[in-house]
Design a binder for this molecule. Structure first.
Ligand SMILES: [Zn+2]
Length: 151
């Protein structure tokens, strides 16, 4: 099993991507779900996500930004977290509304979620070919990880 080598390869590739294209202070680490810590600027990514969550997240994203239909769930999710960091300045305190969210559709309508996806979708649409190229590299490593996990 060569999983750890490929995990660190993927983490380094994602980390370099956010540093080079967004902010030197951003970093990416492997986690158990997609998450961003706004205090430390650390984005965590996951390789295996709950399928239903991933599907509805991507469906909402692509519905609003059709040009992103050929971008992987990994890249869409990563860019959504970058969106939270880039739009932090205009975030609202939505703790109460967040608590009341029971359905995925409601969650995506939260103002802070919407502005993060808007940022991600606009960036990916504007830089589509470049993003697609980076995405291909990420996915090549990602597939090696999946192959090893399934062995
Ligand atoms: Zn979010």
């Amino acid at each position: 099993m060569m999983i750890s080598k490929e995990f660190s390869e993927l983490t380094s590739a994602l980390d370099a991507f956010v540093k080079e294209n967004f902010d030197e202070d951003y970093s990416v680490e492997l986690g158990s779900d997609f998450f961003v810590d706004l205090d430390t600027d650390i984005i965590r990514y996951a390789v295996i996500c709950p399928e239903a969550d991933e599907k509805s997240f991507c469906a909402d994203f692509i519905n609003r930004f059709p040009a992103c239909a050929d971008i992987s769930p990994l890249m869409l999710s990563l860019m959504h977290e970058v969106g939270h960091l880039e739009e932090e300045w205009q975030m609202e305190d939505d703790a109460k509304e967040r608590e009341l969210c029971t359905k995925a559709e409601d969650y995506y309508k939260l103002f802070n979620e919407r502005i993060a996806t808007d940022y991600a979708g606009e960036w990916l649409t504007k830089h589509h070919d470049f993003a697609k190229e980076c995405d291909k590299k990420f996915i090549a490593i990602y597939e090696k990880i999946l192959d090893n996990l399934l062995d």
